[in-house]
Design a protein around this ligand. Structure first.
Ligand SMILES: Nc1ncnc2c1ncn2[C@@H]1O[C@H](COP(=O)(O)OP(=O)(O)OP(=O)(O)O)[C@@H](O)[C@H]1O
Ligand SMILES: [Mg+2]
Length: 300
């Protein structure tokens, strides 16, 4: 059942402030341009088309979320953007230059914890700049600044196994930022965290994003997370992975937890849900269960 308040609210309706924000956003330079991107994988059962004709742009300092059903190509997309996978068609431009292979201009944060277990927090954050050939006290001072920014200065000499999941992801964010990337590419970074830590991490990330010159592309399965964090949401559909819709989130900034129950928040969530879980699919969710209880002994 659709709550009546949503029924007569169009998620495309924007207040004048929100409209103005989008006008300004689209006047900013394009940081990431994805042009007719396609990817097929050869498999023993034949070719799998993971992505087909994917087109979109991300503007400087935009926060864009990518959402879509499992297997629609979200991770494949982000791996191509990171230069970890090569596209079959189309191209990716970062600041107008074709992406070819990994580079420090793109920071990655994955769902699984990817810190080097044998290095301390500070050494993990210094790793990227050191690989770039930088050395000396400035690298260390810089690393401290990033660790401070994610609120972990007391833990700079701790090892990853001494940290909670949320803390590890904060270090992963600091490590990605230490390379001064143009864009942060995040693949379900909070997917393994409990609900409370996840909410805390979303707030940390919004604070970081507001205060740095950073553009973010963030994959999630969570509708609330997508609406809460994004300027725009790229909705992908599966088989093959194509752009279904790009939603301009009508929820004003700065974001706060109170907004979760506002009509524009719920209407946006409802729209994504419609796109990802069409009504025809939910009929298949009913189990073919034979009755094994006596009539009249119902619990509902
Ligand atoms: N290396 C590979 N070889 C063959 N097929 C692959 C490979 N990587 C991905 N695929 C296929 O490409 C499609 C997209 O996979 P991908 O992991 O990008 O989806 P996803 O949207 O990230 O899914 P999830 O939400 O479950 O993380 C799937 O059908 C998957 O089986
Ligand atoms: Mg994935």
């Amino acid at each position: 059942m659709i709550p009546p308040v949503i029924d007569n609210l169009d998620y495309r309706e924007q207040s004048p402030e929100v409209k103005d924000r989008f006008t300004k956003l689209k006047q900013r330079p394009v940081v990431l341009s994805v042009d007719n991107l396609g990817k097929t994988f050869p498999t023993p059962g034949g070719e799998v088309t993971a992505l087909k004709g994917v087109d979109f742009e991300v503007f400087r300092r935009e926060f864009m979320c990518v959402i879509g059903p499992s297997g629609c190509g979200k991770s494949t997309l982000i791996r191509i953007l990171a230069g970890l996978e090569v596209e079959t068609n189309g191209q990716v431009l970062l600041d107008g230059n074709p992406v070819a292979g990994p580079g420090p201009d793109r920071g990655m944060v994955f769902q699984s914890y990817t810190l080097f277990p044998w290095l301390t927090v500070k050494q993990n954050v210094m790793f990227g700049p050191k690989m770039e050939g930088k050395s000396g006290t400035s690298v260390e001072a810089d690393a401290r600044q990033w660790i401070d920014l994610v609120g972990l200065s007391q833990f700079e000499n701790s090892y990853p196994h001494q940290l909670s999941g949320g803390m590890k992801q904060r270090v992963a964010i600091a490590r990605a930022l230490a390379n001064r990337p143009r864009i942060l590419l995040m693949d379900e970074p909070f997917g393994a965290l409990d609900a409370q830590t996840r909410a805390q991490m979303q707030n940390y990330l919004l604070q970081i994003w507001r205060n740095l010159d950073i553009t973010i592309l963030f994959i999630t399965h969570d509708l609330d997370e997508a609406v809460y964090l994004s300027d725009r949401i790229l909705v992908l559909k599966a088989d093959p992975g194509e752009v279904d819709e790009i939603i301009e989130v009508p929820v004003p900034h700065p974001r706060s937890l109170d907004q979760f129950i506002t009509p524009e928040f719920v209407a946006t969530k409802h729209r994504i849900n419609q796109l990802i879980h069409p009504e025809s699919e939910s009929k298949e969710d009913v189990l073919p269960f034979p009755r094994m209880t006596a009539e009249g002994d119902d619990v509902e």
